[in-house]
Write a protein that binds this ligand. Structure first.
Ligand code: NAD
Length: 362
């Protein structure tokens, strides 16, 4: 959080405020609570790009009818150990937990399950679903895409072809191992943060139409005023896929599996749909059913300890396991409050007031 003093809000205060905003926007109390705890959870994990900064955008989407409150995921195909669900543009924080709960239930019955979800409203931080499966003792793997959102250039190209297509794997060790990232070099929210004077982007995170690498948010957003909206529709460049041909290949697979296979559609070409939606193909594995649970947990935990014992590359440095950074930040932010960019807090306050919601100390 460079360049400004963050506004610190206690987690329970933020949770209550965001819940009240979604109740005022027309969600029932349970759905409003799911949305607020999901968004707060992303902030607690340190993924501010997928946290409460999204509140005004979600409310706008709901008011415009792009996301539908009170929607349930609908079963399209039920094969027992596999299923296809349609989220029907319901809130991602409702239909993705439903899909995950179904995957857990089926994996606990059959040992494994594969659940395809299409047409979900923005499902937010994918690690949340891996954590839901971990709480049930399951391994899970999630391929995700954003149908209708093209922001990322494939390796070797300069034009947008992929969404930020996140990927997550959760392993139920103690502590759990949770890998969760966008397949773009940076999530779009991080370009937004940089354009607002926040943490600068790596100098090679973006690519210009002529192939020049860039860390300048104008590459994605074109011209913009210092204060005001930014739209990727106004820029000519793209975010780069992470990890050269390997990350680009993983993004490609997220599009094929979460987009083409689920029937929700790939990132593009963007046609008449006018809405973006997440697709998610998830695989759930029950170590208990494989008869290896105790040996697996022991081997995995010993391995994590050994990897972490690696000599640090930099003096005072440390090797972290996937998910460790998030767990540390969660503990810190629960204890000391959630730091928000002043603009983010101001936009949440404005959104609350528009809906007649009282803002604590606002
Ligand atoms: P990121 O680049 O911060 O990477 C996060 C991953 O790297 C985590 O698994 C974390 O534990 C691990 N990590 C971080 N520091 C580490 C270290 N020092 N050593 C070892 N591992 C470390 O994440 P991102 O790509 O910016 O993604 C942010 C969030 O955005 C994710 O939660 C993702 O699910 C979400 N996302 C969602 C969508 C959507 O459409 N719903 C799209 C894109 C991204």
């Amino acid at each position: 959080m460079a360049g400004y003093t963050p506004v610190m809000i206690a987690a329970p205060t933020l949770d209550a405020l965001v819940g009240n905003i979604f109740k005022a926007a027309g969600c029932d109390a349970a759905e409003a609570g799911r949305i607020s705890s999901h968004l707060l959870g992303a902030n607690l994990a340190g993924h501010d790009s997928h946290g409460v900064v999204r509140v005004p955008r979600y409310v706008e989407w709901q008011q415009a009818g792009y996301i539908v409150a009170g929607q349930q995921a609908e079963m399209v195909t039920d094969g027992g150990a596999f299923a296809l669900l349609d989220g029907k543009w319901g809130f991602g924080q409702t239909v993705a937990p439903q899909a995950t709960a179904l995957g857990i239930e089926r994996a606990q019955k059959h040992g494994t399950a594969i659940i395809a979800l299409r047409n979900a409203g923005h499902v937010g931080r994918i690690g949340t679903y891996a954590e839901q499966a971990i709480a049930a003792g399951l391994i899970s793997i999630h391929f995700v895409n954003v149908a209708g959102s093209v922001l990322v250039a494939p390796f070797g190209g300069t034009e947008r072809r992929f969404s930020t297509a996140p990927f997550s794997v959760g392993v139920p060790t103690s502590p759990p191992v949770v890998l969760d990232f966008a397949t773009s070099a940076v999530a779009e929210g991080k370009v937004l943060v940089a354009s607002n004077g926040g943490k600068p982007l790596p100098a090679d995170a973006l690519i210009e139409p002529d192939g020049t690498l860039s860390g300048d948010p104008h590459t994605l957003y074109g011209e913009y005023a210092q204060v005001g909206p930014r739209s990727p529709a106004n820029g000519l460049g793209a975010i780069r896929a992470f990890g050269d041909h390997k990350g680009s290949g993983l993004a490609f697979m997220c599009e094929l599996l979460a987009g083409a296979f689920t029937g929700g559609g790939c990132s593009g070409p963007v046609g008449e749909r006018g809405r973006i939606a997440n697709g998610m193909l998830s695989i759930y594995i029950s170590p208990r059913h494989f008869g290896t649970e105790a040996a697996f947990k022991q081997a995995a935990e010993e391995y994590v300890t050994w990897v972490k014992s690696c000599r640090p590359a930099a003096p005072g440095g440390e090797v972290l396991a996937p998910g460790e950074q998030e767990a540390r930040l969660r503990a810190e932010r629960l204890a000391h409050g959630v730091p928000l960019q002043p603009d983010t807090w101001a936009s949440i306050v404005a959104c609350a007031r528009n809906l007649g919601v009282t803002v604590p100390n606002g």
